[in-house]
Ligand binder design. Structure first.
Ligand SMILES: [Mg+2]
Length: 273
């Protein structure tokens, strides 16, 4: 079944960065093999992060979301594009100020690294997805960028699934500001490898010791690959075997789901004992 480049020895790897939607859950449904995978991460004392490009949720809200599905994952194991954006701004301009269009996940992340809110003359305009988006906030953001604020997007997702179709996501929400100002935004989330490098720092892992697990070639696999990590494409989300054919790069391994990781690691461990 593996259509990747080679085989990963999961027992040898120290760190795992796992996308969530299509990997851990789909909608409000836990995917098969996930409880076993999480148990394996705990039992083997692996470092791990569960990752989402959605900037709206705080780690505590993600902890509660998974708890409602019966999974116990402590807050410190969640990593969002909001946290990546906060880490980026702290590194670029510690103590800077920002005008922010977004939800609690983004606002809290920025506050936590000492960024202050400013709607008069901010250093940055930061846009995430969220309900505070309106013609008023767009107009405000546009004029602040024209006055010199730098434009940042939490992630470059164009759209995301909702119950009755799709909703415009961060990339699409930033586009009007780019068009009106003639400015290009910088996006911090996947597929920017910056998000993986920051995640590796959080785990205390070198890229060669870490695995990126995701269900998308154009965000998960490419950002893992470009950061020097081993990559696993799981077919439990939006990709099929045919998806692979349309990309010029391959993941290290292709698996049906994360349950395969725990199963492969356990069988290898038993066979070498
Ligand atoms: Mg996904």
């Amino acid at each position: 079944m593996n259509m990747g480049k080679s085989v990963i020895d999961f027992n040898e790897k120290k760190g795992f960065i796992c996308d969530m939607d299509g990997v851990i859950y789909h909608g409000n449904q836990i995917l098969p093999g996930v409880p076993e995978f999480i148990q394996w991460l705990h039992d083997e004392k692996k470092e791990y992060l569960f990752l989402t490009n959605n900037s709206g949720y705080t780690p505590r809200e993600l902890n509660q979301k998974l708890a409602r599905m019966g999974l116990d994952v402590p807050e410190e194991h969640f990593y969002t594009s909001a946290l990546a954006t906060a880490a980026f701004l702290k590194e670029q301009a510690a103590g800077c100020s920002a005008f922010v269009i977004g939800e609690a996940g983004l606002l809290n992340a920025l506050y936590d690294v000492g960024i202050t809110m400013n709607d008069v003359n901010p250093d940055y305009v930061v846009v995430g997805e969220g309900r505070s988006y309106s013609l008023d906030t767009l107009t405000k953001a546009t004029n602040l960028v024209l006055k010199g604020a730098k434009l940042i997007g939490a992630n470059s997702d164009v759209s995301g699934p909702i119950e009755n179709g799709i909703a415009p996501a961060c990339r699409a929400l930033v586009a009007p500001i780019e068009m009106a100002t003639g400015t290009q935004a910088y996006f911090c989330g996947k597929p920017n490898p910056l998000m993986m490098r920051t995640g590796l720092n959080m785990l205390g892992c070198h890229s060669a010791e870490a695995v990126m697990v995701g269900d998308r070639m154009d965000t998960d696999v490419i950002s893992g690959m470009e950061s020097g990590m081993s990559t696993v494409l799981v077919l439990s989300g939006c990709s099929t075997k045919d998806t692979l054919k349309t990309y010029a790069y391959r993941p290290t391994m292709v698996l049906n789901g994360v349950g395969d990781i725990a199963a492969m690691a356990s069988s290898k461990e038993n066979s070498t004992r």
